[in-house]
Design a protein around this ligand. Structure first.
Ligand SMILES: Cc1ncc(COP(=O)(O)O)c(C=O)c1O
Length: 409
């Protein structure tokens, strides 16, 4: 058998809904030398990561750390550690990732209740409040920005509702963290889980997570340290967490002074996650978000300047992704194919009811920048014209320039 050749990926501008191009600084950090799991350098880096992500999540939650997995592993770790069979969960479903929360909660054996709104809309507060009164769940699980629809769910009033019913408030911030306002403590969020591959500008494979003292207490009530590393006096719960890998009570112990030998921390991913947070905080969280807002607006204006429609409730649009209505008669996949082959630019397709109807274009992380926006708009115009769709010459780039001129005025 001949060996495959050395890895030589093509040069791409990743302007989809994520993953996006990793910041070169993150990739450089990820090529740093490995150290042992308990090397003082490593444990110090773990502590630094906790502190850095407290600032990214805007929280003082002690349990702010990384789960070694893609973002859905962060969700699964939170749910399986909190939920016991029969526990009630309420999920507002606004798109694909609301369905994912339902799916994961159901697999934990929870009794899952939903309120559903059409894709592209946010769930009105009253709808959630009524359901909360009826269900009185242990967990209210909300996707902050549902990448599949590009819309951000407001959190106003949710923490008051949760306090009324003794409910834990969970947020999936995979697609929003860093680039959209998210205030864990001020909004009373107990658990939030994210990922690196969107606004944070890293590769997928590490999930920054944060847990309040309340959530930590719920999880620790089920603490059961595995045999082999169990010490005298360690609790053995009668109803342990149903996953070993995602048992946050043991993961917390690994990230504590005890340094319980639960798993082997993914050192290279930790280096990457650390650099992602450093990049955000060096620019300043507010300026980082403002940059996402400007380039997201420029992209949306450019899309409209090409005569294309924008999908969803734009009043609640995420800063970092725009949904573009594929015009009648245009083959959405052919356009994506030409963008990739001819220009090296990737934009996203959509799922479920939006498949074939909406493209998703992202402007996030190090790709939230003017040349990436203008290049994408110019390329899209060219490909659409070749596909026979008549559109205003230069209209996309001109409208984006207008937004940039306003932003610097
Ligand atoms: C909002 C949201 N939640 C969860 C996920 C799942 O993330 P992953 O693919 O990293 O497991 C994604 C992925 O795009 C997402 O956008």
């Amino acid at each position: 058998m001949t060996l495959p050749g050395p890895l030589n990926p093509p040069s791409r501008l990743l302007m989809g809904p994520g993953p996006i191009n990793a910041d070169p600084r993150v990739l450089r950090a990820m090529s740093a030398a490995l150290v042992g799991q308990y090397d003082p350098f490593m444990t110090h880096a773990m502590n630094e990561v906790m502190e850095l992500y407290r600032r990214v999540f805007v929280t003082s939650h002690r349990q702010t750390l990384l789960v070694d997995s893609t973002s859905r592993g962060g969700i699964e770790a939170a749910f399986v550690s909190v939920l016991e069979p029969g526990d009630k969960v309420l999920v507002p479903v606004m798109g694909r990732f609301g369905h994912l929360l339902v799916e994961i909660a159901q697999r934990c054996g929870a009794e899952v209740h939903t309120v559903e709104v059409p894709w592209g809309q946010v769930a009105p507060y009253e709808l959630i409040a009524d359901a909360m009164e009826k269900v009185q769940p242990k967990l209210l699980a909300v996707v902050h920005g549902d990448t599949s629809t590009t819309v951000v769910q407001p959190f106003d009033g949710l923490s008051d509702l949760c306090q009324r019913y003794g409910t834990l408030l969970y947020a999936d911030v995979t697609a929003t963290i860093g680039g959209n306002e998210f205030l864990t403590d001020a909004w009373g969020v107990d658990i939030a889980t994210g990922g690196l591959q969107k606004c944070l500008g890293g590769p997928s494979g590490s999930a920054p997570v944060t847990f309040s003292a309340h959530a930590e207490a719920v999880i620790n009530s089920r603490k059961s340290i595995e045999a082999g590393i169990r010490a005298e006096g360690d609790a053995v719960a009668s109803h342990p967490i149903r996953s070993n890998y995602f048992d946050m009570s043991m993961v917390f112990e690994y990230w504590s002074e005890r340094r319980l030998n639960h798993h082997t921390e993914a050192t290279t991913m930790l280096y990457g996650a650390r650099e992602c947070a450093r990049i955000v905080l060096e620019e300043g969280l507010e300026r980082f978000q403002a940059r996402h807002l400007v380039h997201g607006r420029a992209m949306m204006a450019g899309v409209r300047g090409l005569g294309l429609g924008v999908f969803g409730d734009v009043e609640h649009k995420m800063t970092n992704i725009v949904g573009v209505v594929i015009p009648d008669g245009v083959d959405g996949e052919a356009v994506r194919g030409h963008l990739l082959q001819d220009f090296g630019i990737e934009i996203g397709t959509s799922f479920g009811p939006l498949h074939g109807k909406v493209w998703r274009i992202g402007t996030m992380g190090c790709n939230a920048r003017q040349d990436a926006v203008l290049t994408t708009l110019a390329a899209l115009e060219s490909v659409l014209r070749r596909e026979g769709f008549g559109l205003p010459a230069g209209g996309g780039v001109d409208e984006a320039y207008r937004v940039y001129a306003e932003a610097t005025a």
